[in-house]
Design a protein around this ligand. Structure first.
Ligand SMILES: [Zn+2]
Length: 251
């Protein structure tokens, strides 16, 4: 009996070591890549229009969760990513956590093939915390679309990786500030690549310059400017993307 237990124990250790080695030897690039298709170019201002949620739902697929109260903003953000049409994604409001975070149901990563994977975008909706001014409910409509499009950019990235690569990505993200900064800053370019540059610009501008965020930003500037693109940097990226059609700081 003892022998059997030792055998099982050693087998488990061996499997864990093989898995760890498989993760360790993966190479993952923190940078996002431009889509291989011409994306829809959205209007610079999406607020104050009427949208038909059912038409948007038909575009994005019925495997997408829409957070209550933010259905239209979420559906527009999803619609910018036609490559995610067959991917299961939920957006969940919750009373804790980072302001916004893209993650997955880890068990679904072990199922062969990627069609069973379930991704989740967790949206902090807590009351009266430090994050209040930058939570989804505090943002203007266009900024909401912009930041949700950033989060969906993470999903596009995860969906290209296999299980071991996701493991390596997670280790690098936690261990290396530089890897994390490169990944987050290039994820800020995903809305730009997908026709929602103006919306992520409006998010970056709002959290840095709106009077409701000044107190927050005073405490968070070091972090924000290191890991995310500033409004000025996003303007530059949009102008590079659009060539001659130059954006100007409208504010
Ligand atoms: Zn991010």
């Amino acid at each position: 009996m003892i022998k059997l237990i030792i055998k099982i124990f050693l087998t488990i250790i061996a499997l864990v070591l093989i898995l760890a080695a498989a993760v360790f030897f993966q190479e993952v690039d923190p940078k996002q890549v431009k889509p291989g298709f011409t994306p829809h170019q959205f209007a610079d201002t999406l607020a104050n229009h009427t949208y038909d949620l059912d038409s948007l739902k038909a575009i994005i697929g019925d495997n997408k969760g829409l957070p209550e109260g933010f259905e239209i903003a979420a559906a527009i953000a999803y619609s910018a990513y036609p490559q995610l049409k067959d991917v299961n994604i939920d957006m969940i409001l919750q009373p804790e956590g980072a302001p916004m975070e893209s993650t997955f149901n880890i068990w679904t990563l072990f199922i062969p093939g990627k069609k069973h994977r379930q991704y989740r975008i967790l949206l902090n909706d807590a009351e009266k915390t430090f994050f209040d001014p930058i939570l989804l409910r505090s943002l203007p409509f266009d900024a909401q679309v912009g930041i949700l499009a950033h989060e969906l950019g993470h999903v596009v990235y995860y969906h290209q990786l296999n299980l071991f690569e996701i493991g390596k990505w997670g280790l690098n993200y936690l261990e290396s500030d530089e890897f994390r900064a490169t990944h987050e800053r290039s994820t800020d370019l995903m809305p730009v690549y997908h026709g929602l540059g103006s919306q992520i610009y409006q998010y970056a501008y709002f959290v840095r310059k709106d009077s409701s965020c000044l107190e927050f930003f005073k405490g968070a500037q070091g972090f924000m400017d290191k890991y995310y693109m500033t409004d000025i940097e996003l303007l530059e990226a949009m102008n590079n993307q659009r060539g001659s059609h130059l954006f100007q700081n409208a504010h």
